[in-house]
Design a protein around this ligand. Structure first.
Ligand code: GTP
Ligand code: MG
Length: 273
């Protein structure tokens, strides 16, 4: 039996699973869980000390699912406590705050922490990950947009939801899809079900969109040297257009990236004799 496979009480009927929350301190992990389990929101920040544990029951199709939720503290101080809890997990709720770029950039480090703690025999492939882009109610402070978050999540084969623990937006939908995916995984012999989105764009497309997003000027965007010729600019443009054309590329953010490339080419050609 796979190490991550949950214990079944009665084959085909009830199922016991373990899910954990992960992400920087103060991104809203505890509030997301509270919103779903207790239908309420607490605006005062009460940092989780180490781990909070809770049990809940949910129904997925004909199965009753007993969910053990381990809500982890995001503060680095609690690393030693957290690392006891990564193993035997079927689902991870990975949270960042859309108004805190650091918390988004930290997602890779969270995966690395989990991977390290699971050790060489740990398998992250048979765990369902759902990424929550949380605090979408704070529109004024938003600095990580939907396509950036979705691109990161979907290029890893993770689910992605925009959530607000404060208003409740996206929370039920997120948990419902998350639990259904975990049950699908359990019924699929412990293999993560292939989502449509994970198979629909390439790593090259995802990396190119990210590179374009972070480029410092039009030369950089087209990946040509400053002072390049018309031919070089056109050649670089054509290569990117083929890769990112909205008819061919469904990666989140591809439409904006394509438009940016068109504009960069126009701007450069204006100034090249
Ligand atoms: P640690 O336990 O320290 O790791 O933090 P956490 O990720 O569990 O954060 P927590 O859920 O305690 O929320 C942190 C703060 O953000 C609290 O003041 C919450 O009220 C606030 N908060 C959480 N979710 C939302 C949200 O969706 N919108 C807004 N506006 N505030 C939120
Ligand atoms: Mg907490």
């Amino acid at each position: 039996m796979e190490a991550n496979m949950p214990k079944r009480k009665e084959a085909g009927k009830s199922l016991r699973i373990k899910v954990i929350s992960m992400g920087n301190a103060e991104v809203g992990k505890s509030c997301i869980i509270k919103r779903y389990c207790e239908k309420r929101f607490v605006s005062k920040y009460l940092a989780t000390i180490g781990i909070d544990y809770g049990v809940t029951k949910v129904q997925v199709r004909d199965r009753e699912i007993k969910v053990n939720i381990f809500d982890m503290a995001g503060h680095p101080f609690f690393y030693e406590v957290r690392n006891e809890f990564y193993k035997d997990t079927q689902g991870v709720i990975l949270v960042y705050d859309v108004g805190q770029k650091d918390s988004f950039d930290a997602l890779d480090a969270w995966l690395a922490e989990m991977k390290q703690d699971l050790g060489p025999h740990g398998n992250m492939e048979n765990i369902v990950f759902v990424v929550c882009a949380n605090k979408i109610d704070c529109t004024k402070h938003r600095c990580v947009d939907e396509s950036e978050g979705r691109l990161w999540a979907e290029s890893k084969g993770f689910l992605y939801f925009e959530t607000s623990a404060q208003t409740g937006e996206g929370i039920n939908e997120m948990f419902q899809t998350f639990y259904v995916s975990i049950v699908d995984l359990c019924e699929n012999g412990g293999k993560r079900p292939i989502t449509n989105s994970s198979a629909s764009f390439t790593k090259e497309q995802a990396d190119t969109i990210r590179r374009i997003r972070n480029s410092k000027d039009s030369w950089d965007m087209l990946a040509v040297k400053p002072g390049a010729s018309r031919d070089e600019v056109n050649k670089a443009y054509r290569k990117l257009a083929v890769l990112l054309h909205p008819d061919k590329c469904v990666a989140p953010g591809s439409e904006d990236a394509f438009k940016a490339v068109v504009n960069a080419r126009t701007a450069l050609l204006k100034n090249i004799k």
